[in-house]
Design a protein around this ligand. Structure first.
Ligand SMILES: [Mn+2]
Length: 328
């Protein structure tokens, strides 16, 4: 890994043209924090850098230093793009022809596309923010200021579910401690990320929780978010982002799901687990991807058909994991 980082630093140092950092669509704290940290650092190093997030900055991350510098469209042609926290470039929301000549991927997802010899892909990393931190530390530790530390700390905090998920490993805590030492303020960050909820979020939650259903003898719980729920509560899509933690947090439930209606008969499904079933494989079989305990997919169809298909694939993987046998 150290050698890969050295090679990547050498490549970035050599770049004289514009570097376009790419977030994924529906950005989370990891893609925002990682992208902004890299943006600050590259500009400090005298690089021409931009950070593109097609969906902008979700309001819970608008406190991040540099949030106002994020662009939502790009009409130029960058020499180099750096895709952060995404398995493939399509996840950035960009369409062909792409506005860059070369692309590098920095990510911690299990599956995805390889783009170049400079890619850094580490599924062991708690968040993409931890990989970016290693990169910046190896490049110039003294250039990591309070602003950069705050962005990276937010990436680690949010992607580990506030240090609760299985990726909250030793590295997550060590890096977090170092980032605090470098100026990140944990209580301020959690106040900004988690304690500025909108009333519409709770109105939406009330409705969505009433859709809660259990299946597979209580091992699986799922909720459904309809377009109608968003319209009638005035909530925006991002406000339902973390709702999947409600079905998952029930006692006895091993897998929590969220079915979310999108426009054009598309359903976005989020899978969250407690370590027994490889949900990256479940999502992969449905055309999506992710991690062992957290993954997602998008499927076209009507609600009942999509639900049946998803639960069928899930059943197969639960049986493979020895978690569930259909009673005969
Ligand atoms: Mn991530």
């Amino acid at each position: 890994m150290d050698e890969k980082i050295a090679v990547l630093i050498e490549r970035l140092e050599r770049e004289k043209g514009e570097i376009l950092i790419l977030s994924h669509e529906a950005p989370d704290g990891d893609s925002m924090g990682s992208g902004l940290a890299l943006l600050h650092f590259l500009r400090k190093k005298g690089k021409k850098a931009q950070f593109l997030s097609i969906d902008g900055v979700p309001y819970m991350y608008n406190f991040l230093p540099g949030a106002g510098k994020v662009i939502t469209s790009y009409s130029g042609m960058a020499n180099l793009a750096v895709l952060v926290d995404a398995s493939r470039v399509e996840r950035s929301g960009l369409e062909k022809p792409y506005p860059f000549r070369e692309i590098i991927r920095i990510d911690h997802h299990l599956v995805g596309e390889d783009y170049s010899e400079y890619d850094i892909l580490d599924p062991e990393a708690p968040s993409t923010g931890n990989i970016i931190y290693d990169l910046l530390k190896a490049w110039d530790r003294d250039a990591i200021d309070e602003l950069i530390a705050t962005c990276l700390y937010t990436a680690v905090l949010t992607d580990t579910g506030s240090f609760r998920y299985s990726n909250a490993n030793e590295k997550a805590f060590i890096d977090a401690a170092e980032l605090v030492e470098l100026g990140a303020d944990p209580s301020k960050v959690s106040r900004m990320v988690y304690m500025r909820k909108h009333l519409t979020t709770y109105r939406l939650l009330l409705r969505v929780l009433s859709s809660l259903k259990l299946d597979f003898d209580g091992l699986v719980a799922y909720i459904t978010v309809l377009n109608r729920d968003l319209e009638e509560t005035g909530a925006s899509r991002i406000e339902a982002e973390s709702f999947v933690s409600y079905p998952l947090s029930l006692e006895g439930v091993e897998i929590g799901l969220k079915f979310e209606e999108e426009d054009g008969d598309i359903w976005r499904i989020s899978f969250r687990g407690k370590g027994k079933v490889d949900l990256s494989k479940v999502a992969l079989e449905l055309g999506g991807g992710g991690h062992f305990n957290a993954s997602g997919a998008r499927i076209k169809g009507d609600m009942d058909g999509v639900r049946e298909r998803v639960l069928d694939v899930l059943r197969k993987h639960m049986e493979l994991a020895g978690l569930f046998r259909e009673k005969r």
